[in-house]
Design a protein around this ligand. Structure first.
Ligand code: SF4
Ligand code: SF4
Length: 441
């Protein structure tokens, strides 16, 4: 694609990067076929190619964002299916990241929109605030139907509807701690605690700690670690996301320089995509560029790391059929496709995959709150495809997908690491059917 930025515009490193990305696009449109919003809405401006044109036009003309651009960029899930499909290697992720920052800096959203976004940014990344908000949400649940009927309050209705009816107790695993290796020590890792996941599903990191320590890995939950910043990053709140990244870069560099680290383990693939991008996010900050690159180089999804270990034979053959739902941040953001399925098969599960596995389930961070209609259509499509597999349960590697699908799937949905922990000697995750006799033998 030809671009016509001026030399003055190109002096801005963000514009120079956008220019390089735009020039790679050859307008072929292959990406439209795998874009969930184009597939759902059928509008070129809701396709990757359409959004690329909108962003190019806005940036080249040095224009503030307008309502049209904001509408179509807001509808983008940042699922990155387009980056998997694109034959030209267009780095849509960094282009849309930049567009979101530009929108945040130049566009004044309607009052309710601003209020809801500010609330999400100030509550979700903080576990104590999030826990308190979930308790309050119970009081608001009877009003979901009424709120849904008022257009600007639809996101509030979605927030209340998504809140779980019961909140698990605080887990000691989410406190700063060192979990020693069982037996001979083969490695030392940091485990990201995260923000929403330890409140909603603390059992996920508990399973990861049990499994890793049993395999001889010391697991550290580092003091002063906080939210990875993904949530505010996808809202274009650049300074908040960079502050979150700097905090964790400092915390984990202390661990690297202290006891040494083999990996920084992440059990939520949405967070993993962002942490692997810290090196890029902080590349222009001389005080942090090298330290952030060091962190990104060590960041691994828990299945990526487990795949590097010499696993013994599983303690029990689980004998259940698992539909593996690959989160977009796993398959498109981090390009991790083989390891989770290989580990589940090694653990004794029959692994199946749904049709249209490349399409997003509509969770996408806060998308299911901010774009409830499109999100619900994608969720229902995903649930239908998962149900058609006839599997006993669903496994996935991202808390957002679990929250999005759980109530509708009609079968248990668990994190992949909970199944792996079970297969290698841990407790059976709640709600799973009994393995068949044949497989349990
Ligand atoms: S990130 Fe996903 S929703 Fe956004 S343009 Fe790409 S494929 Fe479409
Ligand atoms: S597939 Fe890639 S090159 Fe083709 S239109 Fe989409 S982004 Fe551009």
């Amino acid at each position: 694609m030809q671009t016509s930025f001026t030399a003055e515009q190109l002096a801005d490193p963000h514009i120079a990067e956008a220019d390089g990305i735009l020039r790679k696009c050859v307008h072929c449109g292959f990406c439209t076929a795998t874009c969930p919003t184009y597939v759902t809405l059928g509008n070129e401006l809701d396709s990757p190619r359409g959004r690329i044109y909108l962003i190019k036009d806005m940036l080249e003309n040095g224009r503030d964002a307008d309502a049209e651009v904001v509408t179509h960029i807001d509808r983008c899930l940042s699922c990155l299916a387009c980056t998997t499909t694109c034959p030209s290697g267009v780095d849509y992720m960094h282009l849309v990241d930049h567009a979101r920052v530009h929108i945040e800096q130049t566009y004044r959203r309607p009052l309710f929109d601003r209020m809801i976004r500010a609330t999400l940014a100030k509550v979700l990344p903080y576990p104590a605030r999030f826990r308190a908000a979930l308790k309050l949400a119970k009081l608001g649940r009877p009003f979901v139907g009424m709120l849904r009927a008022i257009e600007p309050l639809k996101p509030v209705a979605s927030m209340l509807a998504l809140a779980p009816s019961s909140i698990p107790a605080r887990s000691p695993s989410s406190q700063p701690s060192v979990h020693p290796a069982v037996g001979e020590k083969h490695g030392r890792v940091v485990l990201l605690n995260g923000c929403a996941q330890p409140v909603l599903e603390p059992g996920i990191n508990e399973a990861a700690i049990r499994l890793l320590t049993r395999l001889g890995i010391e697991v550290v939950v580092a003091k002063d670690e906080a939210c990875c910043g993904a949530l505010v990053h996808h809202m274009g709140r650049e300074q908040e996301s960079l502050a979150a990244a700097r905090n964790n870069v400092d915390v984990w560099n202390r661990e690297i320089d202290g006891g040494g680290l083999d990996a920084i383990i992440i059990t939520a693939s949405g967070c993993g995509t962002t942490i692997k991008d810290y090196g890029h996010m902080l590349r222009l900050d001389p005080a942090y560029a090298d330290k952030a690159a060091r962190v990104s180089a060590l960041a691994m999804d828990v299945t990526e790391y487990l795949d590097t270990l010499d696993l013994p034979a599983p303690a029990k053959a689980a004998g259940l059929t698992v539909a593996y739902h690959s989160a977009c941040s796993m398959q498109h953001g981090q390009k991790i496709t083989r390891q989770p399925k290989a580990l589940l098969a090694k653990a004794g599960f029959r692994v199946t995959e749904p049709r249209e596995g490349h399409l997003c389930c509509g969770s996408a961070g806060t998308y299911n709150i901010m774009q409830p209609e499109i999100s619900a259509r994608l969720r229902d499509r995903k649930v239908a495809n998962l149900t058609a597999t006839g599997a006993d349960l669903v496994a996935t590697g991202n808390i957002g997908c679990i929250t999005q699908i759980a109530d509708r799937a009609g079968m248990p949905i668990v994190h992949t690491v909970e199944l792996l922990d079970w297969a290698w000697g841990g407790p059976k995750p709640a709600g799973l059917p009994e393995p068949t006799l044949e497989a349990a033998e």
